[in-house]
Design a protein around this ligand. Structure first.
Ligand SMILES: [Zn+2]
Length: 153
């Protein structure tokens, strides 16, 4: 199979989802930092335990490369509540802290919805109904008269 066929919005979504879960787990043991120069500003992304931290400031004092990774740093305790989302300003610029569970929860709705849909389709097929709309197909031949979905055995 070609690699290009594997790169679909859905596989990218799941790759990001798995990456986020791994990063969250890793954040319990080590801190990772990424420095990015974006639009002439410095964006610092930090993986604190349970929180993702974004810091946006003027790039003036920063002399490093455009992208810089600092991985596996010792984790430090941040004084943020587990459920706290916080936007604030410091002497350098703006920062945003979001708890990992928030994007993970939002992204979980997709696989959960997909699973519920698959279960409902299976139940409908087992009851002799159309997998798509639930119309009773026990007396029908091969196509649902209600929505045109081919009958699934
Ligand atoms: Zn139907």
């Amino acid at each position: 199979m070609k690699l290009r066929k594997l790169i679909t919005p859905r596989t990218l979504f799941y790759a990001a989802y798995i990456f986020l879960l791994l990063l969250w787990t890793r954040s319990l043991f080590a801190r990772d930092e990424v420095y990015l120069i974006v639009f002439g500003h410095l964006l610092m992304v930090d993986s604190f335990s349970h929180h993702l931290f974004f810091h946006w400031s003027a790039a003036g004092g920063y002399a490093g490369p455009r992208i810089r990774f600092r991985l596996g740093l010792p984790q430090i305790v941040v004084h943020l509540q587990y459920f706290q989302v916080r936007v604030d300003q410091d002497e350098f610029g703006w920062w945003l802290a979001i708890p990992y569970w928030l994007p993970v929860l939002l992204m979980s709705t997709e696989p959960i919805w997909r699973m519920c849909r698959a279960l409902s389709r299976r139940r409908r097929i087992a009851q002799g109904r159309c997998a798509n709309c639930g119309y009773d197909l026990r007396m029908s031949t091969d196509i649902c008269p209600e929505c045109g979905e081919p009958k699934t055995k």
